[in-house]
Design a protein around this ligand. Structure first.
Ligand code: KIV
Ligand code: ZN
Length: 510
C-alpha cells in the first residue's frame, strides 16, 4: 500500500469539549482554533451545532474565521433538524463538511436505539442523502458508524450498508472505537475489511477512544491498515478516558518514517495551554508531555542519557525533546537508584565546578540521604555538594596559620590531639604542607591551581578557589577544593579538605 500523508482531523472542540466539566465558550474555542491552525491540522470539528445555542454560535464563528486549507465540520445525528443546523452553522467556511452518525453495533441498535438493523440502515442512507443535498457543492459529507469496534458479529451488514452510504454521497467513512473494549488487532482487522470493501477514493477515518489505554496504538496501526484520516484530540481530551492523543500519534508516525504534516515543535507549549484551559492536569507520566516523561533516575539510565544527550536518538528516550518544542531537556532526578552521573549533571547544570571523580565521591552521601527521604531536589544536591567539597568534616581541623619571621606556624588538631608546628617554607602552601609532614602525616601534593569564582553563585563572598590534587595511600589521586575571599585561606582550606577526604576514604574511623 502506498503511504499517503495522514489527514489529522481534530476533535478537541467537539468530543473533547463535550467531556469537560465546564465546556468552552466561543471565545475560548477561538483561542484553541488558532492554536490548531498553527499546529497545522487538516480538519477541525468545530462542535455539535444542534446540541446548544452556544455550540451553534461557536461553530458558525469558527467557520467564519476558517482559512481555506482546513476542513471545518459540525456533528449531526442522522436526523434532518441536526443536519440543517450543522449545515447552517458551517456555511461560511471555505471547506465545509457535515458529519452525521448512527450506531450499528447489534448491542446498541437493540438496547439503545431500539431499532432493527434495517431501520438503522434506512435512516443512515436517508440522512447521508439529505446531508449531501443540503451541503450540495459547498462541501463534503462524513458518515460515522458509531460503536464500529463492536461490529465484529455484523461486519458484513456494516460493509454492505457503507457501500450504499457511499453511493448516497458520503465522502468520508469514519470508524469509531466508541468504547475501547477489544484487542487492537480485532479492531484493525475490521478497519481492513471496510477499506477493502469501499472504493479507493473514499477516505477511511478512525476515531478511537482510550478506555483501555491503547487508542494511540490502534490509531497508528489503523493508518497502516488504510485509514487516512486520524481523529485525535489535543491532550487526549474526550469522553471518559478520552480520545486518541494527537501528539502521541503524530510522533509515533514521525518515528515510523511517515511524513507528518504538523508543526511538531508546537506540541509542548500547546499541551500546557490546553491543560490550563481545560483544567485537566497533565499526568506526571503522560507520554511526551508529562513532567516526568523525560526524567531519568536510575544510574544506568542517567549514564546512557548523558552520553547521548545531544543526539537525535537517545539511549533512553523516544525523541529528542526539541522535536516537540520541549526545552526542559532530559531531567535527572536523584534517588537511591542514582549515581555519579546524576550528581555531576545536576551540579554542572546549576553552574558549579565539579569533576566526575568528585561526583563519584559525593554520590554515596546523596544516596544515603535519598534512601531516607526519597528523591532529592536540586537544592538538596547542592547542599551536599557544598558540604562534601568545600567544608569537609573530618579528623583534621585547622586552628590557625600565621606567618612568622622564620617561615610559618601551623596550629591544627588531629582528632583531639593538638599540633603547633613551625617550619621554614617558600610560601603558605609549601609551609603548610611541610608543617603537616613534620607532624608525621602523609601529605603529597601532585597538582595545584587557582580559579576565580563567580561570587554571586557561590555566595558567602568567596572569590578565590584553589584546586589541589593529592596522592592517596593507594596511589590514586584525590581532588580537593577550597574557597575564600583570600587566596591564601582558599589554599589552606583546600589542603585541609584534601587531608579529610583521604582520611574519610582510607581511614574512616581514624
Ligand atoms: O465516539 C464516537 O463514536 C463519536 C462519534 C460521534 C463519531 O464521537
Ligand atoms: Zn467519540
Amino acid at each position: 500500500m502506498v503511504q499517503r500523508q495522514p489527514f489529522f482531523y481534530d476533535i478537541t472542540l467537539r468530543d473533547g469539549n463535550q467531556s469537560l466539566k465546564k465546556p468552552w465558550n466561543t471565545y475560548e474555542k477561538e483561542i484553541i482554533f488558532n492554536h490548531l491552525k498553527e499546529l497545522g491540522v487538516q480538519g477541525i470539528e468545530a462542535g455539535f451545532a444542534a446540541a446548544s445555542e452556544m455550540d451553534y454560535e461557536a461553530c458558525s464563528h469558527l467557520a467564519s474565521i476558517a482559512p481555506d486549507n482546513i476542513v471545518i465540520s459540525a456533528l449531526a445525528r442522522c436526523v434532518e433538524n441536526d443536519i440543517i443546523k450543522a449545515s447552517e452553522a458551517i456555511k461560511s467556511a471555505p471547506k465545509q463538511r457535515i458529519h452525521t452518525f448512527i450506531a450499528m453495533s447489534p448491542f446498541n441498535m437493540q438496547y439503545v436505539l431500539n431499532k432493527s438493523p434495517e431501520q438503522v440502515r434506512k435512516q443512515a442512507i436517508e440522512a447521508v442523502e439529505f446531508a449531501k443535498k443540503t451541503i450540495g457543492k459547498r462541501g463534503e459529507v462524513q458518515f460515522s458508524v458509531e460503536h464500529f469496534g463492536d461490529c465484529g458479529e455484523n461486519i458484513d451488514f456494516v460493509t454492505d450498508t457503507l457501500k450504499q452510504i457511499v453511493k448516497a454521497g458520503a465522502n468520508v467513512i469514519n470508524l469509531p472505537n466508541t468504547v475501547e473494549r477489544t484487542r487492537p488487532k480485532t479492531f484493525i482487522n475490521l478497519v481492513e475489511k471496510v477499506y477493502n470493501a469501499l472504493p479507493k477514493d473514499i477516505i477511511i477515518s478512525v476515531h478511537n477512544h482510550n478506555d483501555l489505554g491503547m487508542a494511540t496504538a490502534v490509531t497508528v496501526e489503523s493508518y497502516f491498515a488504510g485509514a487516512l484520516q486520524l481523529e485525535c484530540a489535543l491532550n487526549g481530551l474526550g469522553e471518559r478516558a478520552g480520545n486518541t492523543n494527537m501528539y502521541e500519534v503524530a510522533v509515533a508516525l514521525h518515528n515510523s518514517g511517515v511524513d507528518v504534516p504538523l508543526n511538531l515543535s508546537k506540541i509542548y507549549e500547546l499541551a500546557l495551554t490546553i491543560s490550563d484551559m481545560s483544567n485537566v492536569k497533565i499526568y506526571e507520566k503522560a507520554p511526551l508531555i508529562g513532567p516526568d516523561a523525560l526524567a531519568h533516575r536510575s544510574g544506568i539510565h542517567q549514564d546512557g542519557a548523558v552520553k547521548t544527550k545531544d543526539m537525535e536518538k537517545g539511549a533512553y528516550r523516544p525523541i529528542h525533546p526539541s522535536l516537540i518544542g520541549r526545552k526542559d531537556d532530559e531531567k535527572l532526578g536523584f534517588t537511591s537508584q542514582s549515581g555519579k552521573t546524576a550528581v555531576y549533571e545536576i551540579i554542572s547544570e546549576a553552574g558549579y565546578p565539579i569533576t566526575l571523580r568528585e561526583a563519584q565521591r559525593i554520590a554515596p552521601y546523596a544516596k544515603e540521604i535519598a534512601e531516607k527521604i526519597g528523591e532529592l531536589t536540586t537544592k538538596n544536591i547542592i547542599d551536599i555538594y557544598f558540604k562534601q567539597v568545600f567544608n569537609i568534616e573530618g579528623a583534621f581541623v585547622l586552628c590557625n596559620m600565621e606567618k612568622i619571621e622564620s617561615g610559618i606556624n601551623l596550629h591544627f588538631k588531629y582528632h583531639d590531639k593538638e599540633y603547633d608546628i613551625e617550619v621554614a617554607g617558600n610560601g603558605p602552601v609549601d609551609g603548610c604542607i611541610k608543617a603537616i609532614q613534620k607532624a608525621g602525616f602523609n601529605c603529597e601534593l601532585l597538582h595545584y591551581e587557582q580559579q576565580a569564582l563567580n561570587e554571586e553563585l557561590m555566595g558567602s563572598g568567596a572569590t578565590a578557589m584553589s584546586i589541589m590534587h593529592f596522592k592517596a595511600p593507594n596511589g590514586q589521586t584525590v581532588i580537593s577544593r577550597g574557597m575564600d575571599e583570600s587566596t591564601i585561606k582558599a589554599n589552606i582550606k583546600a589542603i585541609f579538605n584534601g587531608l579529610n577526604i583521604i582520611e574519610n576514604l582510607y581511614n574512616p574511623k581514624g
